[in-house]
Design a protein around this ligand. Structure first.
Ligand SMILES: Cc1cc2nc3c(=O)[nH]c(=O)nc-3n(C[C@H](O)[C@H](O)[C@H](O)COP(=O)(O)OP(=O)(O)OC[C@H]3O[C@@H](n4cnc5c(N)ncnc54)[C@H](O)[C@@H]3O)c2cc1C
Length: 421
């Protein structure tokens, strides 16, 4: 019997999904993680009784891979109200989802955002994505999201600028909407078909659930990998080296590029900053996302997180998350002043009682996935010399993409080891 382990480098969602599947098939695995905890980009910090996800993020329950791999019931998912509030021209306007909240059909139809013709086009878009399979959506003509919304769907610039732009800027972490229109359609379908949710114990509960299926000694934390050798060994930064049966890279795109000497192309990074405030009184009672429909000022979107999941804040307090994306992302103090100034415009003197709990500046939040990012020759999961790779950059920049890429890497490796699935 071959005693050498498979080394999975990275304990983010892709690495954990890969390791889990290998372990399920009795393969000896060691997961090497540079950070002091698992989760990669999906981690939750506990600060003064608040749960702070490292950057505002949510789980879409309709992600097929997440639905297959996660036990939603034990995550105790807390759902957002469908739709969004749009802050525009000095007021809050509700853009509800009339398919799920039919009672709000009329108020949404006449909320002053876009035209009635936009409503029909939106209905057509929704019908299209919910009646087309994932596979077929990915085969459709490609363009940027901006081109798709304006040219293919024919939506007005008012509807795009005040609703779609801030919504999807918060998803893609770029405001120009140059991200793939195919990816947009896939996500729009996911939003339409399931809930947008938070686990009661924070997003970090997702990797914890995945890791629970691994034997305790499988994961080595604070163990950064320095390099890979030609003879299939992993060299750690502490000087140790590990002889492996195979290696799975489950690291961010730029790190995968470094470890493979540029064989994997480093994707451009999408950045975001997230500000968490503790408030004695919530400025809104809705469990909804608030979008900046004016596209001015640093704030792109905001959420009273504790309205969605009470467990995110201690009793008697509210947790507010504010996201900054695109050109406004910078770690300077000016941004924070700008955020507070804008919040005061929105909510008045209430904001004076808010305390900044923590600020996260995330330089590499997502790999950029522009139009046509899947065209051309894609790099196979198996590189040479027993090296495999996975991660969101190799599928889609999402929880779904990371999880499915981990499963695919494990399936390819198991087939190479002649282990039946
Ligand atoms: C702020 C933010 C908001 C997001 N919002 C959403 C959302 O709402 N919905 C959604 O679907 N997706 C969202 N995402 C994207 C999603 O979180 C990621 O696509 C996914 O978590 C990526 O997982 P991964 O395993 O590919 O990479 P990662 O999570 O980055 O994991 C890579 C791991 O490799 C480790 N590593 C790197 N180099 C080394 C080394 N040399 N040695 C050992 N270990 C190493 C890293 O420490 C890390 O733990 C968001 C991401 C961010 C940052």
């Amino acid at each position: 019997m071959n005693q050498k382990p498979v080394a999975v480098i990275g304990a983010g969602l892709s690495g954990l999904c890969c390791a889990r599947m290998l372990v399920k098939h009795n393969v000896d695995v060691v997961v090497l993680e540079a950070q002091d905890d698992i989760g990669g980009r999906v981690r939750t910090d506990h600060v003064d009784g608040f749960l702070l996800d490292r950057g505002f993020q949510v789980l879409q329950t309709a992600y097929p891979e997440a639905a297959a791999q996660l036990d939603y019931r034990s995550l105790q998912l807390q759902h957002f109200e469908p739709g969004a509030l749009i802050r525009t021209e000095g007021r809050m306007v509700e853009m509800s989802d009339p398919w799920r909240r039919p009672s709000k059909l009329l108020s949404t139809a006449f909320n002053g955002i876009g035209t009635l013709s936009d409503r029909l086009k939106l209905a057509k878009l929704r019908w299209h994505v919910t009646h087309t399979s994932d596979e077929d959506l990915w085969q459709e003509a490609e363009s940027t999201t901006q081109e798709y919304l304006s040219k293919a769907c024919g939506l007005s610039s008012d509807m795009i600028d005040r609703f779609f732009r801030p919504w999807f800027a918060g998803v893609f972490l770029e405001k120009e909407l140059t991200t793939s229109g195919r990816f947009f359609r896939f996500l729009f379908r996911i939003f339409a078909m399931g809930n947008t949710s938070l686990p009661a114990q924070g997003m970090g509960a997702i990797p914890r659930q995945l890791a629970a299926a691994l034997p305790p000694s499988t994961i080595r934390l604070s163990t950064p990998v320095d390099s890979l050798t030609d003879s299939g060994r992993v060299r750690l930064r502490n000087g140790e080296s590990i002889d492996c049966r195979a290696i799975v890279l489950a690291v961010e795109g730029p790190e995968a590029s470094r470890l493979t000497g540029g064989r994997i192309r480093s994707p451009e990074a999408r950045a975001t900053s997230c500000f968490y405030y503790a408030a004695p009184q919530a400025p809104l009672s809705d469990a909804m996302l608030v979008l900046n429909g004016d596209n001015q000022g640093p704030v792109n979107n905001l959420c009273v997180v504790s309205n969605v999941a009470k467990s995110y804040a201690p009793a008697g307090q509210s947790l507010i998350s504010v996201s900054v994306v695109g050109g406004s992302v910078s770690d300077s103090e000016d941004v924070e002043h700008g955020v507070r100034r804008q919040l005061k415009e929105w909510f008045g003197s209430l904001v004076d009682s808010w305390t900044l709990l923590k600020r996260y500046d995330i330089r590499y939040a997502l790999p950029s996935q522009p139009a046509h990012f899947r065209d051309g020759v894609s790099l196979p999961v198996r590189l040479d010399n027993g090296i495999y790779h996975c991660g969101d950059y190799s599928e889609t920049a999402s929880i779904q993409g990371a999880m499915i890429s981990g499963r695919k890497a494990a399936e390819t490796l198991l087939a190479d080891l002649s282990i039946a699935l």
